[in-house]
Design a protein around this ligand. Structure first.
Ligand code: ADP
Ligand code: MG
Length: 242
């Protein structure tokens, strides 16, 4: 008797996702049939013109936007139709997010920015875990600094520590080096790739920077709310299975 072959579920499985944002005459079909599969532990770069829907696609992966139609499967769970509470809990466990503009809370220290979300999620060891994550991004000595006292690169390190602290299997990053000078951006990219690779995380990275996109295992191009088919294989954004 042969054992059944179990296909591992992709970490991210978006099928024909459609989403219209805004109201009335000013509404926009932001996602227009976007399909994307990302394998566990794969790093995928999303590139494409401004306004093509890249950031919105990341919001869908994070469960921060609900789609109008199409299937959204993340970390083996189907997000379609889940309540806001269920989605928030899902996101806290499964998806870490890093933004271009850091999104740190200005009146909290670096340590508090990392620890407070953990505490809200019920982690008793929130402050110890936050200290560990700050040390992992090289900021142990800056734990009691406020964001305004930190450089851009340091602020992004805090944001990365905050995203990683809940140990999510998936990290999404929207132009994570977009507000940094070239040398600092490179250090942040080094940190991101080293971390996701050593922890076996899945990474979806949106960037305008071709050099950064080239560091991913695979790149996909987004245009007018869709992931364009791969020019070489014609296979679209589905995984290339042997
Ligand atoms: P990208 O990240 O590729 O630049 P976005 O996902 O930010 O693209 O946006 C895609 C398009 O959707 C843009 O034209 C943008 O103006 C529009 N859009 C985004 N959010 C909204 C919204 N809340 N209401 C109306 N239009 C929106
Ligand atoms: Mg964007």
């Amino acid at each position: 008797m042969t054992s059944p072959v179990i296909e591992p579920k992709p970490a991210i499985d978006l099928k024909e996702v459609r989403l219209r944002l805004g109201t009335g005459a000013s509404s926009v079909q932001v996602l227009d049939g976007a399909t994307l599969e990302v394998e566990a532990a794969e790093a995928v770069g999303i590139v494409g013109p401004s306004g093509s829907g890249k950031s919105t696609l990341l919001m869908v992966i994070a469960g921060l936007e609900q789609v109008d139609s199409g299937a959204v499967g993340i970390a083996g769970e189907k997000l379609n139709g889940l309540s806001e509470d269920r989605i928030a809990a899902f996101r806290g466990r499964n998806v870490g997010i890093v933004f271009q503009s850091f999104h740190l809370i200005p009146n909290m220290t670096a340590l508090e920015n990392v620890a407070v979300p953990l505490e809200l999620a019920g982690r008793r060891d929130a402050f110890e875990a936050a200290r560990r994550e700050l040390a992992a991004v090289g900021l142990a000595a800056r734990a009691s600094h406020y964001p305004g006292q930190l450089s851009g690169g340091e602020q992004q390190r805090v944001a990365i520590a905050r995203a990683l602290a809940p140990e999510p299997p998936i990290l999404i990053a929207d132009e994570p080096t977009g507000n940094l000078d070239q040398a600092t951006g490179r250090q942040i990219a080094d940190l991101l790739f080293a971390t996701v690779r050593s922890r076996g995380m899945t990474l979806v990275l949106v960037t305008h920077d071709p050099a950064l996109a080239a560091r991913c295992d695979r790149q996909v191009h987004m245009r007018s709310g869709r992931i364009e088919p791969d020019a070489e294989t014609g296979k679209g954004a589905a995984l290339l299975r042997a």
